[in-house]
Design a binder for this molecule. Structure first.
Ligand code: AVI
Length: 316
């Protein structure tokens, strides 16, 4: 039933995105089927994509400082935990002073299973296979008086939201919290354009494969006939919007039929589908984002190798 509803959402969103006037789009959430998630994991190892390593370094370096600020009765929830590998240093620090309770929230069951296997020895791990906000609401319902809730939203996933949606999302997170609760928010920073472009268009072609796979997924799940070789991966930087965009560019005039979405779409040569926007931040923009969402920025740590900020926000 659940899977069926999801498949219908997928068909509906694909049809809407590919038939809208102007720029054709596909929502970046659909990049992550099993193949897409595996390719994204590979991206995080690329020398050109320093984001994930910067995030991990900062957590490793400042886990003790984060834990110290929050007292001795902390429960942890992580939005989009994946296998929870970045989170380990925080749980290790908390374990020195209290019993660890950790709620990883993710839509991927296999990632959550890995997370439980790897982090269970550190404390009680309660996986929630859910969307971010639905999972966080469950955590908020289960919390006990006197506990401080620490929410982790790492990896600069906030950058994949449109700016207004990012504020709305953080406001919704804030509504699940009490004053004094904390949010650790990872934000990738603006850096030289060449460095950003190659991070999203690596010479090995892993990001290209990650991007093209969304068409493969539509073929597999929605009975479509995209010829993947007739599209090419493209990354461009929009300076005004401070974002890297990923596109798939049609090499030729072509017609594609997507049977389970009940639609036929045509592409002219060089027409693109926008599949992802990855917004980059300036440090002061994070302060403002925090304020608009009902938080104060308590501390901001910046990586010394890859411009990336880890931000400790306190709910006010
Ligand atoms: C998950 N997200 C933060 C990644 C990003 O950098 O925007 C997704 C990604 N797309 C291409 N490479 C990585």
């Amino acid at each position: 039933m659940f899977a069926r509803a999801l498949a219908n959402d997928f068909a509906r969103d694909v049809r809407a995105g590919l038939t809208r006037t102007g720029q054709k789009t596909l929502s970046c959430q659909y990049l992550y089927d099993d193949i897409g998630s595996t390719l994204f994991d590979a991206i995080t190892f690329l020398p050109e994509y320093g984001l994930t390593r910067a995030d991990s370094r900062l957590i490793q370096l400042h886990a003790a400082g984060i834990a110290k600020r929050l007292g001795t009765n902390v429960i942890v929830a992580e939005l989009g935990s994946g296998s929870g590998s970045k989170t380990r240093p925080i749980l290790e620090q908390l374990r020195r002073r209290q019993v660890v309770v950790y709620y990883p929230i993710d839509v991927s069951r296999s990632a959550l299973e890995r997370c439980v296997r790897e982090l269970n020895p550190l404390g009680a791990v309660f996986p929630l296979e859910s969307s971010y906000l639905a999972g966080l609401r469950q955590v908020a319902e289960r919390r006990e008086t006197g506990q401080t809730l620490l929410v982790l939203f790492l990896g600069s996933t906030i950058g994949n939201f449109e700016p207004e949606a990012a504020i709305d999302f953080l406001l919704a997170v804030r509504l699940c919290l009490l004053p004094g609760d904390a949010l650790v928010l990872g934000t990738d920073l603006v850096k030289p354009t060449e460095q950003m472009l190659v991070a999203y268009d690596d010479p090995t072609g892993v990001t290209a494969a990650f991007n093209l796979n969304i068409l493969g997924r539509i073929n597999r799940e929605l009975d479509a006939d995209f010829d993947l070789r007739q599209f090419e991966h493209l990354a461009r930087y929009d300076e005004q919007a401070q974002r890297i965009e990923m596109h798939l560019r049609s090499r030729v005039y072509q017609i594609v039929s997507i049977r389970k979405a009940d639609v036929i779409v045509d592409f002219v040569p060089n027409e693109t589908i926008c599949t992802e926007a990855s917004h980059k931040f300036r440090t002061e923009q994070v302060t403002e984002l925090a304020r608009l969402a009902g938080f104060r920025l308590e501390q901001q740590w910046i990586d010394c190798q890859w411009p990336f900020a880890e931000n400790l926000l306190i709910a006010i």
